[in-house]
Every structure is written in structure tokens, then in C-alpha cells.
Design a protein around this ligand. Sequence first.
Ligand code: G6Q
Length: 546
Amino acid sequence: MGSLTTSPAWRALAAHAREQEGVHLRDAFARDPGRFEQMSCEAAGLFLDYSKNRIDGRGVGLLMDLARDRGVAAARDAMFSGHRINNTEGRAVFHVALRNRSDRPMAVDGDDVMPRVRGVLARMGRFAEAVREGAWLGHSGEAITDVVNIGIGGSDLGPAMVCQALAAAGHPRLTMHFVSNVDGDHLAGVLQRVRPETTLFVIASKTFTTIETMTNAASARAWFLGRFGNESAIARHFVAVSTHAERVAAFGIDPANMFEFWDWVGGRYSLWSAVGLPIALSIGQAGFEALLDGAYALDRHFVDAPLERNLPVILGLLGVWNRNFLGAASLCVAPYAQALARLPAYLQQLEMESTGKSVARDGGAVSVGSCPVIWGEPGTNGQHAFFQLLHQGTDLIPVDFIVARHSPSGLADHHRLLLANCLAQSKALMVGKSAEEVRAELGACGVEGVAREALVPHRVFPGNRPSNTLVLEDLSPRSIGALIALYEHKVFVQSVIWGVNAFDQWGVELGKEIATGLAAELGGGPPGDHDASTRGLIERLRPEPS
Ligand code: G6Q
């Protein structure tokens, strides 16, 4: 495949972007009454309105040419066929098998993984239901009331985000806690609120070596034994989720209490695996399987729909357009749903760890800007915090608005206001407010002359700021499953365009290596060879000799 930026598809897009420079979205809508119908698309219970992007039908067509030129469909098919597309780690990328809800085999190197996937899913279900029903008892015979998931990154963000999103359907006896940070405050804060007799710890770590998780797990175990004083009690209160049975056993958890997953499941793509155990514990196995159903529906759509009507393809390509042709260096994710409060954090990992790379699959340099900075907060809170910058700041920042047609709260007035605010923001970003409109408004309030003219520039909104609006039918497990799968595949599409491997994360290694040495030094070990800043900070932070 030739270079990205010299490809005819890329050049045509660059020329098109130049032609479109002076076009305001307000005028694009005025000119084309069919714009909304043409630039919206629906699949797997998700509706995407992308008409408020600074692009026209021809531009979208050119993006599709780019997708064809870069081999998006072939790359997708390679992933769904279990090929080892994670080339720097020599692994298949097969999280889609975890939510294969058909009878179709899915194989890596000729080995159908589905019997093992179904086996673990069934074990998870039996365990989760036993805990929920109160049949699984703690060592002293009491039912479990608190589940503490100890994990970090991919072994934390997905289940934490989904458990919060679906908390309204959570089991009334079970409180879910997530401990990730090695900062002891995190674990200590949770341990203060739970009793060992009624607590189930889920130690989630693909490798079972991650220092934060191992440290938190060891402290949780010590706390448990300190209160309970009985090694044999561990079996009723600690379970593990991992790919590594020996390390789980060495930690002191019976592998019979381990839920397995496999090296072809990347951490940030793992909530569909046993890493989703807290979700099954919270909302039940049927709920967890509905989450898988939603993701599967989106997977089928990604595989079967033509590129032009393919939600992840459209979303991914629009991201490329905004990033590379309009120069947007960040993307704001604004879920208008308090339940999705952790979605921006989840997407930060999904997107930035997957495509935040400057080296291409073949080891060469990535020739264009790759992943934008992903950030956001739920609406309407964000409106009272950072939306000022979105409307009138110096940078162009596209927004993904995410909203559900139905709310689980049952407070209809609140939901109407929430929806109104969501639509108002995307409209205001798009249409803006002209100087003439501001003058008329001020005039109507009796502000005239010099005083009026001094205010006008401050009150003008340039508009023409792009956004997508994603409408979920509801905040059900199925809808949430489809939403997450949509973003996963959007990231995949972008990785193919930018030519990066979305499934490794070498960029997190260096800090980990240095931290290991520094921890020894801060604990009184021999001094290492450091720059003056690091040396000075070690001196300042080293504990006083006792
Ligand atoms: C995700 C990353 C990373 C990983 C954590 C936890 O894709 O690989 O966030 O999930 O470092 O790793 P373990 O599950 O091995 O503890």
C-alpha cells in the first residue's frame, strides 16, 4: 500500500477541504433540506445524526474512497477471521468472539475458541447467580453484600463504567466497588465501608503481575485475614479473573475460583470476557448476555453493512476528517446521561491507548496527526463548566453528544429538560449567533450606540462547530453493548486509516520500568543515576529515617 498522504483519495480530500473552507454549516442546511435524512444512519438500536459535521455528500463519498483505498473492509475481515493482526505482540485480536451469539465457529490458528468462550460464560453465569440468589455464602454463612473489583486499566474501566451505567438494574443487596489506584486511599476508603464476612473480592488481572493490582490485592488479603484470621476462608471471598492460572494459585486463590480469558483479548477490549464478572454479578447473567447481544448486533452491522451505511465506518472517517482536514486536536464526548458519567474516561483509554501512536504498523512514522485528545463530562454539567470554550474558544473541538430516548429515572420532566439541553447545545454550536442577531437582541433591550458595539464581539458565536448526535433507544444492557462496540470499531477503522496497530500499548511501559527502580530507591535502596530534577524530587519525597 502506498503512502497515505500521497494517495489519490487523501489528495482529493485535501482539495475538497480547501474548497469547503468558507462554507458555514448554517448555509449548508439552508441549501439542502434533505441534509438530515442523507446524513443520518441507524443500526443495532443506535441512531447517528452526523449532519452537523463540516462536510457535504461529496466529502463523505471521498472519505469512503479513502476507506476503500486503505483496505478497511479487508482489515475488518482479518480481525473477524482471527488473524494475528496485533503484529507487535504476535496475537490475534478476537474480542468479537466473546460476543458471537451465533452457532458459527470462530477460530484462531484453526482452533475454534467458541466452546471455551461459552464454557467460561456459563461458569460466570452460575457463579453470579449463586451470589445474587444468596446461595453462595461467605465463610461465616452470610450472603455477600459487597463486591470489590481490584484491577486497573482494561481490568477496571470497562466493568466500572458499565456497572455505573446499569446501576438502576443492579441487584439491591449488592454494592459494587472498584479499586484501581495504587494510592492506598482508594483501597482504604472502600475497606472502611465493607465487612469481611459479606465481601467478595474479584481480583482482575490478565497478567496477574500488574503492580497496582497485586499491591491492592495483597493488602485486601491481609485486611481480610487480619479480621478473619483463617486462610481457608479465602476461598469464599476471593475469586480471580486472569489468563494465568499458576500466578493466581501462587497468590493464594484456588484456580477453581478463577475465571479464565485468553491472550487474544486485549485489556481495553476485555469487558466482554470474564473481566465483565462484576457486571454479571450486578445485573445478572441475562443482563450481561443482553450486553453481549447488543455488541453482537453492532458487530454484524459492521461486517455486513455497506461502508456508506456503516456506523463505525462513518464515525471513524468523520473523526479522520475532523482531525486531519479540519485540524481538530481533541474530541469532546458529552453523554447526556448521568449513568454514562464514566464513558468519557472509558473512551479515553479505548481511543488514546489504541491510536495514540506516532509509529505505524511497519515501524515507519505516522505521517499525519493520529488520535485526538478525548475528554468530556456528562451534560448538562459540562455546560456550566467548559462549554464556553467549545462555543467561543480559539480551537475547533468536535463533540459527540450521546443521549437516550428513554430515561430509567422515571422523572419525565427532567428527561425533557435533559433532551432539550442536548439538542440546544448541538444547535448552538452549529448555527452560532451573528453580529446582526446580537445587535438586534441588544437593541430590543434598549442597549444602543457605543455601549452596544462594545458588547457585540463578546456576544457573537461563530458557530460552524461540528458535532455528532448518537441517540440510544434507552439505557438498557443491549443499547450500552451496541454503543461500546460502535466505539471499538470506530477506533479500529481509524487505526487502519492511520496505519497504526490499535492493539498494543508500548507507550505505557517506560514509566512502569522506571517506577520499579524508583520504588526501591524511595524505600532506602541504593541511589540510581538520575537527572537533577528526579534526584531533587526523590530527596524531597524520601521518607524521613525513623
Ligand atoms: C489495556 C492495557 C492496560 C491493562 C492494565 C491491566 O489494554 O493493556 O490498561 O489492561 O495494565 O493489566 P492486567 O489486566 O494485566 O493487570
